[in-house]
Design a protein around this ligand. Structure first.
Ligand code: ADP
Ligand code: ZN
Length: 742
């Protein structure tokens, strides 16, 4: 047995087996900072085996990572307790976790936790009962019974445990048992974790348009090569990117390899699952927070055993133990939700490219408005780029126009201009839909006392509380703390002087209800629905015409298809341009283009109207002109000049503590000890109070490290941080390639 076994590729896993008593090195999910030696258990174990090992008085989860180091008295080394019922972690995934950890400066234990997120992984295999829809109608329908049947209906063919089904329906388990007795619900013994139904790539695809067929051919050739490669699939909304990448999925399945499609928004999966079923005759496995624990564990196991060919999931699906991953599609690749902003700070888009390069898979990054990072990688020749320039069929891109708000006189509590109002009325009159867009949740961003000027803030954060009239609460968007709207001003105790200032989506809905009394209005904001499923149902209803006017936050910008929608009105196109964020222009451009893209997706041409106080602003002009290449080139030029991403490297260091002095002292010490950074030509800025200087009672200080693109920033930062001792109360986190700077 070698010191450290060679890291192997997914396709040719060399036999690595440890006989009973041989020393193995195990990474556990506990923060110990090192691997531990154990003796292989009775019957031996494989390299990569998921194991339970003793640690002090406890048993903890771990993975056999290598041969043991043997630098400890053999007689005292303890034995692996047992090998878990799961395929061993493959060399490819172990290498990925190591490299992703090195890139994001994350300890192995935290990386490993991402790789073992299988509910019930340590449970013994067993038979148990699951519940599905039966063929018989219940003799008597009651509300609770109806809810059980609805829940079964909503999840299609998926099976539930008794607990899951009663929770999903909000009923006691005796209601379910009652239905079982009647045959309206079927109770089955099932071995855990059945494979998913086979997807059949040979079923006919839609007939592709010429440009689509050409794009699909390029992607398929990539899959056939069996090698790594990344393609940026750029195409206006509605151009058929999904149809095209489904052909890449088909090719991948034909080759017997697995495919993963990452989506940014859970509410989108329903539509996508239906399309997969239409194309391949069955639904894929799902992995996101909206699926039951039973299904999650099944997905995790089946991915490892090859019983799942296609996974549709959120960013954490990238850490699943695929048997042979051949393709990853990152849909809406510019979406900020791919960046995980707490715990392990990683960008799933970038980590996808890393994993694919290790396991010889193809990556497709799909977007109508790619990130500047991907755009630059394509320009530099690192990624292939395919452009789909026209919408499929009769659909054409919407007209984009500005409404210059400087000349519009509106009362202080009104935001819809007369021109926009007129356009909305015209659509409603002709049976079409209009969307009014504002990227702000809640009723009003500020609540101010008219007597003393006091603004109601959060007790734990340096942030104003946002009124949510729908929930009848004030909410802190930083920490989630809520409180009732006070009757008197908390500062001067004046009565009836608290006033809402500024618009939020709920307030806009109120204005719309007054302006358009006869229209059916639907408000879509992520916090207005109890569950992702309720939101999904609402979206389906709207698509089928259940509303005339949609009032929405950026939730609606994400890929939903509303065929009747022909007008998009942006209430405040300038909103994202304020602030000093490096990506403010990019984000505004993407968001406005995405929102506008909701209009006119079928045969009727759409219009997008943007209310703005700065119609001459270069970003607003670029949005209106639809000159994407011009915009990206100009934006790239500015970033290149300033040596910021994607033409330079940034890393954020956030220190937080209940004690403000402590964080400033540590920050100051780090700024002084910048030798390891200077050695690679990097600069450090700060310490400075973070833009939100207190969150959840912790004071926050930021430092920013800036370096050249090719500088070995991780190594330098690690050496830099090793020089200081972090006091126990202080949390230090490193954000490589930060997306947000709050
Ligand atoms: P995108 O992902 O670029 O937004 P989609 O793949 O969702 O575009 O396509 C937009 C709409 O046009 C969808 O309803 C899709 O089914 C339809 N469509 C696209 N290409 C074709 C095609 N070749 N044949 C039939 N329908 C198509
Ligand atoms: Zn707060």
């Amino acid at each position: 047995m070698s010191e450290k076994p060679p890291l192997d590729s997914a396709n040719s896993e060399p036999v690595e087996f440890f006989d009973e008593g041989q020393l193995v090195g195990v990474w556990t999910t506990q923060p110990l900072g090192r691997m531990l030696d154990y003796k292989a258990p009775e019957g031996g174990c494989w390299l990569g085996a998921f194991v339970e090992v003793p640690l002090g008085p406890r048993k903890v989860l771990g993975v056999v990572w290598s041969a043991g180091r043997g630098d400890f008295d053999y007689a005292k080394v303890r034995k692996v307790v047992r090998v878990l019922d799961a395929a061993p972690m493959r060399g490819e995934l172990r290498e990925f976790l190591e490299k992703a950890g090195a890139y994001t400066l994350t300890d192995m234990e935290s990386m490993l936790r991402l790789g073992v997120r299988a509910p019930g992984l340590v449970d013994p295999p067993s038979m148990r009962k699951v519940y599905r829809k039966g063929d018989v109608e219940p003799d008597r329908m009651t509300v609770p019974r109806g809810r059980v049947l609805d829940a079964l209906q909503e999840y299609g063919d998926l099976s539930f445990t008794l607990k899951e089904l009663s929770e999903a329906a909000g009923v006691t388990s005796s209601v379910v048992k009652g239905l079982v007795k009647q045959g309206a619900v079927r109770e089955e013994d099932t071995p855990r974790d059945l494979p998913y139904p086979r997807l059949d790539p040979s079923l006919p695809s839609k007939e592709l348009a010429a440009d689509q067929a050409e794009a699909a051919e390029i992607l398929k050739a990539g899959i056939r090569s069996g090698a790594y490669g990344t393609t940026l699939l750029r195409g206006v909304t509605g151009s058929g990117k999904t149809e095209v990448y489904l052909e890449a999925v088909a090719e991948c399945l034909r080759k017997g390899r697995q495919a993963l499609v990452l989506l940014p928004e859970i509410a989108l999966t329903a539509e996508f699952l239906t399309r997969v079923q239409a194309r391949f005759g069955a639904k894929p496995a799902e992995w996101h927070s909206g699926v039951t624990m039973t299904e999650r564990r099944r997905a995790w196991k089946m991915v490892g055993q090859g019983g799942a060919q296609l996974i549709v999931g959120a960013r954490s699906a990238l850490f699943l133990p695929f048997r042979d991953l051949g393709l990853v599609v990152v849909d809406e690749e510019h979406d900020t939700s791919y960046k995980q902003e707490d715990g392990v700070l990683y960008n799933a888009r970038d980590m996808t490219v890393l994993r694919a390069s290790i396991c010889s898979a193809q990556v497709v990054l799909a977007s109508a408005t790619p990130s500047l990072e991907s755009w630059a990688n394509a320009e530099a020749g690192k990624y292939r780029r395919i452009d789909l320039t026209s919408r499929f069929g009769d659909a054409v891109m919407p007209d984009m126009r500005a409404i210059d708000m400087r000349g519009v006189k509106l009362p202080g509590n009104r935001w819809i201009s007369p021109q926009l109002k007129g356009e909305v009325e015209a659509r409603v009159a002709s049976g079409e839909q209009a969307l009014l867009f504002i990227n702000r949740r809640g009723y009003a961003p500020v609540t101010i006392c008219r007597a003393c000027g006091h603004q109601i803030g959060c007790d734990h954060c340096d942030a104003r509380m946002v009124e949510h009239r729908f929930q009848k609460r004030l909410v802190c968007h930083q920490c989630g703390e809520t409180k009732a709207m006070p009757e008197i001003c908390p500062s001067c105790e004046a009565e009836d002087r608290l006033a809402a200032v500024g618009p939020g989506v709920e307030r806009l809905a109120e204005e719309a209800a007054e302006l358009f009394p006869d229209a059916r209005i639907a408000t879509l904001s992520s916090d207005m629905y109890g569950s992702a499923r309720a939101l999904k149902a609402e979206i389906v209803g709207i698509a089928e015409g259940a509303a005339d006017i949609i009032i929405g936050t950026q939730l609606v910008a994400k890929g939903h298809n509303f065929p009747l929608l022909t007008l998009v009105g942006v209430i405040d196109a300038d909103l994202g341009l304020q602030g000093s964020d490096l990506r403010a222009a990019e984000r505004t451009f993407q968001l406005m283009r995405q929102v506008a893209g909701r209009a006119g997706r079928s045969s009727k041409k759409g219009t997008a109207l943007m209310q703005t106080y700065q119609p001459e602003h270069p970003v607003i002009r670029a949005i209106l002109a639809g000159d994407e290449n011009g915009f990206w080139s100009a934006e790239a030029g500015e970033r290149r000049m300033a040596s910021v991403p994607p033409y330079g490297r940034l890393a954020g260091i956030i220190l937080s503590s209940p004690d403000p002095q402590e964080v400033f002292e540590l920050g100051g010490e780090l700024a002084r000890l910048d030798g390891p950074l200077r050695a690679i030509g990097a600069q450090v800025f700060g310490p400075a109070p973070a833009p939100i200087a207190r969150v959840r009672g912790r004071h926050r200080v930021r430092l920013l490290v800036k370096a050249e693109k090719s500088a070995p920033i991780q190594r330098a930062i690690a050496a830099w941080l090793r020089q200081v001792r972090v006091p126990p109360q202080v949390r230090l986190s490193v954000d490589i390639d930060p997306q947000s700077f709050y």
